[in-house]
Design a binder for this molecule. Structure first.
Ligand code: ZN
Length: 514
């Protein structure tokens, strides 16, 4: 009996777990048994691995082979285990030395011809390998740049199984880690829409201001207006007002996009806040994540640290809208699976847009609107309740008038606004430096009131409205959070009375009917 063990990584959500792949070769009738993989991927992996070994010039051991992936309790799916399975077999028959295997993780799908194909989730897998104390990873060449984002890990980017065999035997002339490690800083993976500039938006002072407040404080935003008033145009310009992602945030976002397989080859790091705008017909799995087999992150996770835009929000399925409450509250999505919970980070700025009524013309006096009063009321009521309760800012976007268009003032550029946003965020960061929060929108209301009480004359109007029942506690807390952002944007250490009043005017009271 010959035994050999290789290592690879299985992902649950964006968490990697090191998996032992043990090959056991015994005499007896030729057979190839895989244990520890779900049925369907098991058959496919077996065929790929055997063909890849044979087509790489190796001979497949004509004996009784059992490969066991453990722990068995861990849900394993996908094709990234191929390489570790092949290498464990080759080590058991001493084609490659087994000594080096315990210190490295092997990742990659094998083609029948022995070529190594790119797989998703390499960044979180490589990070898990490093955390488990492994010194190196062997990954498909197309994924090498992504794995190299993990510090202090040797990364071998390989193209074929034959190359892996040569590497493990010490027969490679070049060092695959050094040969491909480039000195150039990684280019942004560009997973959102190309960033657009606010300079294109004429007029819309209130909406532009709301975008700036949302950008500075992390506040969610509701845009109400007729079709064609420019709601999408505004929402798409929000990411451009946000600063570059810091290193840790960039790695978090990249890990999610790595698992989703949305990174462009050779541009591994997401450095700009992403933008996701799922269509209103999108399924629950597409928006919050899930699906059969290995659950995939949805748009809400792909928008982590960026913007999730729901155009025509009342048209989304009720269940989808309700499911967004969890990430808005906790910053993550937890998908319950039979094998346990998969967690995906999902802290995004939510931007919802809606027409005022089904026909879209109920603005101003609403004379052109053809909807019945009942249809009108029902339309926006689809949004009311707990989801709207979590929206800090509400703005009506109006179609431009001839006077707006005649005005010759040049709109501010995104860069100008982004500079103010960055300053406001820096001010908030200093205040929040010894807390777990980074943005005003993240701070629980109770903590906000306890740690940073407002001077009595500033706090009084809000307290009076609260006492009089004109605003709920949640509503008051949201107004308070926005007031802090207004103060940060204005460079004030504490919100003024005007900040508190402006904040109350920028948020929704109860329903959305204008
Ligand atoms: Zn209408």
């Amino acid at each position: 009996v010959a035994l050999a063990c290789a290592r690879t990584v299985a992902l649950v959500g964006v968490q990697g777990h090191v998996v032992e792949v043990q090959a056991d070769i015994a005499s007896g009738l030729p057979a190839f048994t895989l244990v520890g993989l779900p049925d369907t991927s098991l058959y496919e992996a077996r065929d790929r691995v055997r063909a890849a070994v044979v087509n790489s010039g190796g001979s497949w051991p004509n004996r009784r082979i059992t490969v066991n992936l453990s722990p068995a309790s861990l849900r394993k799916s996908g094709s990234s285990f191929d390489l570790a399975i092949a290498v464990s077999v080759l080590a058991a028959v001493e084609v490659v030395p087994a000594a080096a295997l315990p210190a490295m993780a092997l990742l990659g799908e094998l083609g029948l011809d022995g070529r190594l194909r790119a797989v998703s989730g390499v960044l979180p897998a490589a990070a898990a390998a490093a955390r488990a104390g492994l010194a190196a990873v062997v990954v498909p060449a197309a994924n090498a740049a992504e794995a190299r984002l993990v510090p202090e890990l040797r990364v071998h980017g390989v193209r074929t199984l034959r190359q892996v065999v040569a590497l493990l035997r010490g027969e490679l002339a070049e060092d695959l880690d050094e040969a491909e490690r480039s000195a150039e800083p990684p280019v942004d993976a560009g997973v959102g829409v190309p960033e657009k500039d606010l300079v294109d938006v004429v007029g819309q002072h209130q909406a532009r201001w709301a975008l700036e407040v949302s950008a500075a404080g992390g506040h969610s935003l509701f845009l109400l207006g007729t079709p064609g008033a420019g709601k999408t145009m505004l929402a798409e310009r929000l990411p451009g007002l946000l600063p570059d992602l810091e290193r840790d945030a960039a790695l978090e976002v990249t890990a999610i996009h790595s698992v989703a397989g949305t990174l462009a080859p050779g541009r591994p790091l997401v450095t700009r806040p992403p933008f996701q705008g799922p269509h209103h017909t999108a399924t629950m799995a597409a928006v919050v994540g899930g699906g059969s087999g290995l659950p995939r992150p949805g748009a809400a996770s792909l928008a982590h640290r960026g913007v999730l835009f729901l155009d025509e929000a009342p048209e989304f399925a009720r269940g989808v809208l309700d499911a967004l409450r969890q990430p808005l509250e906790s910053g993550e999505i937890v998908l319950m699976r039979s094998a346990g919970a998969a967690r995906y980070p999902a802290r995004f700025r939510l931007v919802m847009a809606a027409n005022p009524c089904p026909c879209g013309r109920a603005v101003g006096k609403g004379l052109d609107c053809i909807c019945t009063p009942l249809a009108q009321r029902r339309y926006l009521q689809r949004l009311s309740g707990p989801l709207l309760d979590r929206i800090d800012l509400r703005v009506t976007v109006r179609e431009l008038t001839r006077a707006d268009l005649a005005r010759r003032e040049a709109p501010e550029t995104s860069a100008t606004v982004a500079a103010r946003v960055a300053e406001a965020q820096a001010r908030a960061r200093r205040r929040l430096s010894d807390t777990p929060w980074q943005l005003n929108a993240d701070v629980p209301g109770r903590e906000l009131r306890r740690r940073w009480p407002l001077p009595a004359p500033v706090a009084r109007p809000l307290e009076q409205r609260l006492a009089g029942g004109a605003v709920t506690m949640r509503g008051a807390d949201r107004a308070l959070r926005v007031a802090w952002t207004l103060a940060d944007l204005a460079g004030r250490d504490v919100p003024s009375l005007a900040d508190v009043q402006a904040a109350a005017a920028l948020r929704i009271e109860g329903g959305v009917a204008a």
